[in-house]
Design a protein around this ligand. Sequence first.
Ligand SMILES: NC(=O)c1ccc[n+]([C@@H]2O[C@H](COP(=O)([O-])OP(=O)(O)OC[C@H]3O[C@@H](n4cnc5c(N)ncnc54)[C@H](OP(=O)(O)O)[C@@H]3O)[C@@H](O)[C@H]2O)c1
Length: 306
Amino acid sequence: MKAAFIERFGGPDVFQYGDLPDPVANPGEVVIDIVATTVNAADWKVRLGEYKHTKFPLIPGRDFSGMVSAVGDDVNDIALGEAVFGVCEAGQEGTYAEKVAVKAAIVARKPSGLSHVNAAALSLTGLTAMSALEDTLKLQRGETILIQGGAGGVAGFAIQLAKHIGAHVVTTASAANHDYVRGLGADEVIDYKARDFTQAIANCDAVFDTVGGDVAQRSFAVLKPGGRAAFIASGAQAPKPQRADVTALRPPVGRARRHLQRIVELYDVGAVRPPEIKLYRLSEAADAHRLSESRHFRGKLVFQVR
Ligand SMILES: NC(=O)c1ccc[n+]([C@@H]2O[C@H](COP(=O)([O-])OP(=O)(O)OC[C@H]3O[C@@H](n4cnc5c(N)ncnc54)[C@H](OP(=O)(O)O)[C@@H]3O)[C@@H](O)[C@H]2O)c1
């Protein structure tokens, strides 16, 4: 199969594009002929060596949409030829390729009305946003949430989900992305380049931070007493608040099929629509990573694999 892969850690130029052996379906697994996969920020952290992988060649990539092309023993609920989408198990990479083998239990059927490109774009972003807002923050109707980094992939899903829940949604974005995040449903947008967000908003019930670093740490300041904040861009642990009256949480982001089915439900009822998408071929992985790593683009970068 063709794949975009690396033989050593480093900048975007370490990417190679070429032939690697096809994966096989072990018991409990299916092989998927990938039609679309996306760039997630974790992928360039993998490429840089931050996840301490030790085996090369290393194919990055975590989400996929495609057709089942092989079925391993003990798989009874997914059939050859079915269109499926999903996210690799935590710790597994390998979707910048024409094929990937994954556990059948963590793939879901893709509805025919949802394209492969859009299914891939909604998969890891959706699992992450749902885990953060519904399971971790337990966001309620009428609450105010600040979503940091509104124009990004996960935050774009989160804005729409928070509106669907009935929350008042405030987000941060640079001026060029304000129309985009308002189109997703944001009630208020803070131009974080022109204004310190801690001076622009206060008394939030919840914060969902997708930016990390100093933005994550300063986010505690906008919470009301008893407020809670969820962090996905600060590593495996949430940052520690410097005040005792708020809670810092790290969403677990499970891969179970029922979470993917919930994405389909949200799509079917019109609660979420796919993000703005920029398409690449696998041979252009270095370019896609350069843009992702810049942290300034809108929506999702998607590889059209076949
Ligand atoms: N399972 C997990 O835990 C999980 C899953 C997915 C993602 N993540 C992590 O979550 C983070 C976000 O991922 P993603 O793919 O959604 O992000 P992304 O799409 O790479 O985010 C890019 C966006 O961030 C915005 N941005 C950059 N700096 C900002 C700032 N200071 N304030 C506000 N917005 C800012 C940019 O908008 P502007 O151009 O308007 O600045 C851009 O649209 C990454 O660190 C990723 O590793 C974790």
